[in-house]
Design a protein around this ligand. Structure first.
Ligand code: ADP
Length: 168
């Protein structure tokens, strides 16, 4: 890849962003010239999301502002089409456990069939974050569990306001 063309896309729902996501984004930002965090914006998606696309984008933008080469954008097209439109040659995904592998393998095959020129790159989750997933954090927040070490402070506050129950 030419030095001026090392752009990677980090796609996901990020509902909401966790410290696990941020670890992957941070590591990707050290490997590529520019990282575009692509936030799925599909209002019709089954089940919907807890936070709007605008809120999810803002949480990530605030948490990555210091990195300098990370931009955050909502998207509602195929990931490979989004990557192509932005000149990205790589899609970054995080792998937590064997349970992620099967889904990611399938996704990679589908993406590769659509866009063979775009490579998916997998970063292994850091041990510290490998148990964190957005759905688990939301469940913890619902029942008043401690989430301050799992997500940025702004996200913890927003989660508590939206779905948290006070512990007594
Ligand atoms: P999806 O929309 O596919 O459910 P997510 O928004 O949950 O995706 O996550 C986006 C990407 O971040 C995925 O590649 C996922 O595997 C990865 N990821 C999520 N949580 C972690 C974590 N704790 N450590 C490393 N990678 C993670």
């Amino acid at each position: 890849m030419a030095p001026d063309n090392r752009i990677a896309v980090c796609p996901g729902s990020y509902d909401p962003v966790t410290n696990g996501h941020l670890d992957i984004i941070r590591r990707a930002s050290a490997m590529f010239d520019r990282v575009i965090v692509a936030v799925v914006n599909l209002p019709t998606r089954k089940g919907g999301t807890l936070f709007t696309a605008e809120e999810r984008v803002a949480f990530i933008s605030n948490a990555t502002a210091a990195l300098g080469n990370v931009q955050v954008e909502p998207f509602s097209v195929l990931t490979v089409d989004f990557a192509r439109a932005h000149g990205a040659k790589a899609i970054i995904r995080g792998l937590r456990a064997i349970s992620d592998f099967e889904y990611e393998l399938e996704l990679d095959q589908l993406n590769r069939a659509q866009a063979p020129e775009i490579e998916s790159v997998y970063l292994m989750a850091s041990a510290k974050y490998s148990f964190i997933r957005s759905s688990g954090v939301k469940e913890l927040a619902t029942f008043g569990g401690r989430i301050d070490e799992l997500v940025p402070e702004e996200v913890a506050v927003a989660l508590q306001e939206r779905i948290g129950r006070r512990r007594n």
